[in-house]
Design a protein around this ligand. Structure first.
Ligand code: FES
Length: 75
């Protein structure tokens, strides 16, 4: 089983729960390998072109990002 989830953020949410422990960075890009925390993987999204959809595949080290020509939904 797999699922497609669309994310359009290219950076984390920053949470500051108290004054003692520092900020917490929560992943919003969907690429972190340490969810729910940001691990810096969002840097791969900074040069995405506006209006283009991408698919990232973690099991493809040489070409993890692919442009998607069309997204079709089954009726
Ligand atoms: S926001 Fe996802 S890895 Fe940083």
């Amino acid at each position: 089983m797999s699922r497609e989830v669309t994310h359009d953020a290219n950076g984390p949410d920053v949470i500051d729960p108290d004054d003692h422990d520092g900020d917490i960075y929560v992943c919003r890009c969907g690429l972190s390998e340490d969810k729910p925390f940001c691990d810096g993987s969002h840097t791969a999204t900074v040069d995405e072109d506006e209006g283009v959809d991408y698919k990232y595949e973690n099991d493809d080290d040489e070409q993890p990002r692919h442009r998607i020509a069309t997204i079709e939904f089954e009726e």
